[in-house]
Every structure is written in C-alpha cells, then in structure tokens.
Design a protein around this ligand. Structure first.
Ligand code: KPL
Length: 310
C-alpha cells in the first residue's frame, strides 16, 4: 500500500519515519518547496524513546510530485486542514482511504468536502511527539492510536484492520474502534483543558494540576465540553477530573502542542478546540463561558506577540 503522510509536523514526521523504517512505501508531503528539498536530502532525525538518534531518509515531496497513494494520512495542524483537503484529489488513488489523525473538531467535515465521506477514517492519537525544529522529531511516548470509520463511511472491517496493522508493524500501537466519535470528544475534553492553559501559562503539562486557580479553569472547560457533547446526544461517561489528572501525569514532561505553537509563533488550534465547543454550545443552547474566554485569550496571545514589552 502506498502511503502519503501530509504535514511534516511532530506527528506527521514521526508516523512517516516509523512507517518508512518498517519498509512501507511512504512519502511525506510538505507545502514549502525549500524545506521539502532539504528534508528529502538530509532525512529526518528521529530520537527514539530509548534515547537513540537515527537519520531516516523518508522521501519528502510537494503534493504535485508525491504521486497517488492508496492511504493518505492527514497530520497537519487544524488551521491548515482546508489547504490539505484541496490536495486530496491529486494525492489519492480512486477508492483510496483518507485518515485524519488531527486534534479538534471540524476536520472530518472539511476533508469530506474535498474527498467525500465514503472513504474517510477518523483517528485519535495519543502518541507523544515533539518537533524541536524542522526535520527533527522526538518520539516521547508510545501511546495508542485509535482509528474508525467516519460517519457514513463505507470501509470494510478488513480494510480498517489492514490500516491498523500497518501502524502496529511500524511500532505504533493502533486499534480499530467503532465509537470513534466518542473517542474524538474524549480527547477534545483533554485538549480544551490542557492546551490553552499550558500555552497561556507557559508550563509543562505536569505542572497544571499543581496550580489550583488554573486547574479549576481547566476542569470547567472540560465540563462545558462534556455538556455540549451530551446535548448533541453523545453521553461521555468519563470523569473529566480523573481523566485530566491521568493525562497530565502521563505527559508531565510534555510541552502541549499549543504551547509549542505559541513558542514557535505558529497559529494555534484554539478555533478547532475551545472555539468549536463554544460554537456548538451556542447552537445547542449550552453555555460555554470558559471555552469562549479561553478562545479569546489564546487568540489575543497570538496577536499580542508583536506588541509585547518582554
Ligand atoms: O494532545 C495533547 C496536545 O498537546 O495536543 C496532549 C494530550 C495534551 C499532550 O500534550
């Protein structure tokens, strides 16, 4: 199976490097020509959880040069989903599968606009990956990735299992789940709490539970998201506080993806996380004052960069 991984960020680079090492025919798709040429020439520097550093020579191409693939893994940050969706017609073989492993809500809808729902898979990944600079990726944690059919997809159980097996053979734990929408929301609950607060306060995930005023805000954001999920018919049975404590402990040393974005001056995923909770809450009549405020504060943080005195 020829695989294209779109997005040379932390998760995309990690997946492409691991699949390539496992002998899969994989191409990493970048949108910046000069970076694609450099990464293709130099390879990716992969730092493993065992502390080794390896150069992995994954082909890196622009979408126009990547050639069609029967599996396209979308791993771009959410502000780039619409742009990635526009690449799908030229990247995908007829009948090929599209798998998103992105955070947040709204990605499936955007990808479906370009490629339809029939061959769309959703993924939720708990892999720990950090990209300190372009072309270098730290494999920080072997958490599982769950995949499942998007609503309305026509994908056989054998096809789903074959995709999961590709990841497993590459050393990336992967399981097929029928309730992928629930899993997306359960991850969202964590992201709306941990990501904006660690980004605003510039702390590692493990510090958040030690800061009571911030912790209360994080819990309130997660509970609002749970109420919105409930109002749209998705009863999430997890206890937000215990789940957040677990994730902050398991990823204590991580810089959240939003903090990494803020530190690198990149646009954040706040709109697809807390912003989506606020928008969906408003449509359903569920108040979301904490998510609304966090959305505005993180958006303001990005704008304030140009004016900061220190
Ligand atoms: O998904 C994450 C992120 O940073 O986006 C968590 C789970 C919070 C780990 O850092």
């Amino acid at each position: 199976m020829r695989i294209a991984v779109v997005g040379p960020g932390a998760l995309g680079s990690l997946m492409a490097a691991m699949l390539h090492q496992a002998g899969q025919e994989v191409v990493l798709v970048d949108y910046r020509p000069e970076r694609a040429t450099r990464l293709d020439r130099e390879g990716l520097l992969l730092r493993t959880p065992e502390g080794e550093a390896r150069r992995v020579r994954v082909p890196v191409r622009l979408a126009s040069e990547a050639g069609p693939a029967s599996l396209v893994v979308v791993a771009v940050k959410t502000p780039a989903t619409a742009a990635a969706a526009r690449l799908l017609p030229e990247l995908l073989t007829p009948g090929g599968l599209v798998l998103t492993v992105q955070n947040g809500l709204g990605n499936l809808e955007r990808l479906a606009q370009a490629a339809g729902w029939e061959r769309l898979l959703a993924g939720v990944s708990f892999l720990g990956a950090t990209r300190p600079r372009d072309g270098e990726v730290i494999f920080a944690g072997r958490g599982p990735t769950f995949i499942g059919p998007a609503p309305g997809a026509r994908v056989s159980p054998e096809e789903l299992e074959a995709v999961a097996e590709l990841f497993r053979q590459a050393g990336l734990p992967c399981e097929v789940r029928g309730n992928i929408e629930t899993m997306l929301w359960e991850k969202l609950l964590v992201n709306v709490a941990v990501n904006p607060l660690t980004a605003l306060l510039r702390v590692r995930n493990g510090v958040l539970p030690q800061l009571p005023p911030a912790w209360e805000v994080a819990l309130a954001a997660a509970r609002e998201a749970q109420a919105v999920a409930g109002a749209q018919g998705l009863a999430l049975t997890l206890d937000p506080e215990s789940r957040l404590r677990e994730v902050c402990a398991a990823t204590a040393a991580n810089l959240s993806s939003m903090l990494q974005d803020v530190l690198s001056g990149r646009e954040t995923e706040i709109a697809a996380l807390n912003g989506e909770v606020a928008v969906r809450g408003a449509a359903l009549g569920v108040p979301t004052p904490v998510n609304t405020l966090l959305t505005r504060l993180v958006a303001a943080l990005t704008l304030a960069r140009a004016h900061q005195v220190v």
